[in-house]
Design a protein around this ligand. Structure first.
Ligand code: AMP
Length: 220
């Protein structure tokens, strides 16, 4: 099964992806995480990516596609993958179709987690992330059990540079301009199931599971 979780920054994609990979036993590919790892390793590509990420802009398609293709060439993707934060531009979606075709595969479903834009800024500002496992928390909306420590592995939580308020607003506006057209691309193919991202994590998860179980177009 090739699934994409689609939604704005702060829509809960990463959180829901963690549950889905456990449930379906398929690997998650988050281009954000791949790009952050590339940036941390200090390569030329990584430094270029970081400049864009720190400004809340998209990383250029050729760089993003390079790290994505490298990840997709690993053997664990044979049974399917859950894409989180990719594709984010129409050219990325077109290239993804081409790569999947070469693997004799196709995208099975795109789950759109819909959250009103005004709520996204609240969710992103103050968001805390575990630097070890990537799980996210929010001091008010989803606090960790122990102050500033990850519930899963006890690591000290950090605020991602690009979650600071001004950059977060820029990421949302970039999403509306450049990433929303990708949704139209998949709608025309009849692959989109839309679920509300409002309410608690468990409710959203149930909506996503129902949408996956329904025939194509279910959940809209
Ligand atoms: P995320 O962890 O998905 O919120 O992504 C963090 C940042 O990484 C984004 O704001 C972009 O700068 C960059 N990024 C992640 N995925 C992509 C992508 N598919 N295309 C371009 N830039 C991306």
């Amino acid at each position: 099964m090739f699934l994409t979780l689609f939604g704005a920054p702060g829509s809960g994609k990463g959180t829901q992806a963690t549950h889905l990979v456990e449930r379906f036993g398929i690997p998650q590919i988050s281009t954000g995480e791949l790009l952050r790892a590339e940036a941390a390793s200090g390569t030329k590509l990584g430094r270029l990516a970081k400049e864009h990420m720190d400004r809340g802009e998209l990383v250029p398609d050729d760089v993003t596609l390079d790290v994505f293709r490298r990840r997709l060439s690993q053997p664990d993707v044979a049974g399917g993958v859950l894409l989180d934060g990719f594709p984010r531009t129409v050219p990325q979606a077109v290239e993804l179709d081409r790569v999947l075709e070469g693997m004799d595969r196709q995208m099975d479903r795109v789950i759109f987690i819909k959250v009103p834009p005004e709520e996204l800024v609240n969710r992103l500002s103050g968001r805390l992330t575990c630097p070890v496992c990537g799980r996210t928390y929010h001091p008010v909306l989803a606090p960790p059990k122990n102050d500033r420590l990850c519930d899963r592995d006890g690591a000290r939580l950090i605020e991602r540079d690009d979650d600071k308020a001004e950059t977060a607003r820029r990421r949302i506006s970039v999403y509306l301009d450049r990433t929303l057209p990708v949704l139209e691309y998949y709608r025309r193919k009849g692959l989109v199931s839309e679920v509300s991202g409002e309410g608690d994590i468990g409710e959203v998860r149930r909506r996503i599971m129902d949408a996956i179980a329904a025939p194509h177009g279910g959940g809209e």
